[in-house]
Design a protein around this ligand. Structure first.
Ligand SMILES: [Zn+2]
Length: 468
């Protein structure tokens, strides 16, 4: 798959070169050129697209678990960032029957994992335009030998759409990269009796002729891999916390009162503890969904409503994974990465939140967690820029946590927590880089930290522990 992607990128480059030589002119005297088929991430050249910036996705879909068919439309509101003659959306989903741009029919064709859209006339730089893609069929998961299986997974009674670094393109057309964040609304119609969980705040639920439409809205910009939908037989608990909706759901095959239920019941408490460390909770809703599916042996910080494999809630009650995924609401979701090589900014901070939570909840000092990790981590692998095969490796997670604590030891508690809160605050709803984090840490602490942090992030030998 990776080889195929690279080949596609080369092809696309050639195409652009060709098009630039004879630019389409949508309006007299102006030149309009195609947007690039990738957003420019060196790890994943075809992820995302160039030439526009999405502001909102509004999905109106119907799913029938009886035949696995998904049908409906995606309305994508975007702003052109160049004079656009055509543009790409990432889409691996079912057959497209029509595409309109600002209400007018547009040409569309599928090229590998891209939907190429040519509007009837060029889109001027800076203009806002609305694309509606109508499609129907049986969505398929995304499988990569290196990154596992994600995207749309049909289940016995429903479906689960989940995955990192990509999953959204398996069920809706998208600019699939965390650099282009957008608000997100979902209207999903399913057979009555099933539940639909997604991101953000729940909306009105309506039923007709044995079908029920569930509505969800995430009103803070969201990276596309953080969108999810879970359809099935779930025990849904709806309440409020800190004046915001708190919706949790647990697969109904788990007994009532299971460890999964107990962990979900602590969602608000864990979020409140993290808010004392990181600053105000960044979103309009709280929640979590526990799924039982052999293909999902992980948890993911899907925005405002993380999805957890039940495998985390086995014999003992433990909320460390809840602390991890909720920490991502600040670090990963609200503050997103600008490129996948910066992934430690998500995982290092979330690992550190596990240590903070352990100290708060069970009295295990953070220093003890650090010391244990320091002696177990493989220093041969970098935390920053780990390569695609290292994206979810120990060096990103555990070494990332070590980096965060090393920074704390280096600058002291006052500066350290100010750095975390400033980072969450100034980069809220944005995408950010490792360089920007280092610059902010230096500014807040008044100390030069670049060499120190880069050593902790990338040195092949264990750096000396600060203060030792
Ligand atoms: Zn994580």
């Amino acid at each position: 798959m990776m080889i195929r992607r690279s080949a596609l990128a080369v092809l696309a480059t050639l195409t652009i070169g060709g098009a630039a030589a004879c630019t389409d002119s949508g309006q007299a005297g102006e030149s309009f050129t195609p947007g690039t088929p990738g957003i420019g991430d060196p790890y994943f050249p075809t992820y995302g697209n160039g030439g526009y910036d999405v502001t909102d996705y509004a999905l109106t879909l119907r799913y029938d678990p009886g035949n696995d068919r998904l049908e409906g439309s995606a309305k994508i509101t975007a702003k052109a960032t160049q004079n656009l003659s055509r543009f790409n959306l990432d889409f691996r989903g079912p057959e497209v029957s029509s595409v309109t741009v600002d209400g007018a029919g547009a040409e569309q064709k599928r090229e590998a994992d891209e939907l190429v859209v040519t509007p009837a006339s060029g889109l001027r730089d800076g203009s806002t335009f609305t694309t509606v893609v109508t499609y129907a069929g049986v969505p398929q998961p995304i499988t990569s030998p290196e990154l596992g299986t994600g995207g749309w997974l049909a289940t016995d009674k429903g479906a689960i759409a989940l995955g990192q670094p990509e999953s959204a393109s398996s069920w809706y057309p998208v600019n699939d990269h965390p650099r282009d964040k957008a608000t997100f609304g979902l209207e999903m119609t399913v057979p009555s009796g099933l539940s639909v969980l997604s991101n953000g705040v729940p909306g009105e639920r309506t039923s007709k002729d044995g079908w029920t439409t569930w509505r969800w809205r995430e009103s803070s910009p969201m990276a596309s891999y953080l969108s999810t939908v879970v359809i099935g037989d779930y025990r849904v608990t709806t309440g409020t916390h800190q004046g915001k909706p708190l919706v949790t759901a647990v697969d109904n095959t788990l007994p009532r009162g299971s460890n999964a239920d107990k962990a979900m019941a602590r969602t608000g408490e864990v979020a409140d503890f993290l808010a004392t460390q990181f600053g105000p909770y960044p979103f309009d809703a709280y929640g979590g969904v526990v799924v039982v599916d052999d293909r999902i042996r992980y948890a993911l910080e899907t925005q405002a409503r993380p999805v957890y494999s039940n495998s985390f809630f086995g014999a003992s009650t433990s909320e460390w994974v809840v602390a991890h995924e909720l920490a991502h609401q600040w670090f990963g979701d609200s503050v997103s990465i600008a490129a996948w090589k910066d992934i430690w900014l998500n995982e290092g901070f979330a690992t550190y939140a596990e240590w903070l939570w352990a100290e708060h909840d069970t009295g295990v000092p953070v220093q003890e967690s650090f010391d244990k990790a320091y002696s177990s981590v493989n220093w041969g692998d970098p935390s920053y820029d780990p390569g695609t095969s290292g994206l979810f490796g120990n060096s990103v997670y555990v070494r990332g946590g070590l980096v965060v604590h090393a920074l704390r030891l280096e600058v002291g508690d006052d500066s350290f927590f100010e750095i975390l809160q400033e980072w969450a605050n100034t980069k809220r709803n944005a995408s950010a880089t490792t360089d920007e984090f280092i610059a902010l840490a230096e500014r807040v602490s008044g100390k030069p930290l670049r060499d120190f942090l880069m050593t902790w992030l990338t040195s092949k030998t264990p750096p000396p522990k600060p203060g030792s």
